[in-house]
Design a protein around this ligand. Sequence first.
Ligand code: 5GP
Ligand code: ZN
Length: 104
Amino acid sequence: MDCIFCKIVAGEFGTELLGENEHAISFRDINPQAKIHILVVPKAHTSDVSKLDDPDTLTGLFELIRKVSSEQTDGQFRLQFNTGEREGQSVFHTHAHILSQGAA
Ligand code: 5GP
Ligand code: ZN
């Protein structure tokens, strides 16, 4: 499968990680839409959050969202899962956007 986020998970691009646990990784968005714009990505491929039903993956993803958002923002942020092309999704591997105007 030709999935850019699976390749980042596999370390193919040497992307600098802001955090990692057993189920997810986090890194800065290449095209930031806010002062802080971070992506949190489950390691296992699903196309979007509506398909993400594995409890361990969900827990790991949200544990990393909580850790990275507390470390990288001032505690105020938006959490966004674009789902479907019409709603702005361009990479079809589930990911959360953490967007904030305030750095930690
Ligand atoms: P979506 O539009 O699918 O919700 O979000 C995909 C995001 O991934 C976009 O904000 C885009 O800038 C980001 N992105 C796409 N390719 C790469 C990449 O190779 N590296 C990084 N760090 N971000 C990427
Ligand atoms: Zn993938």
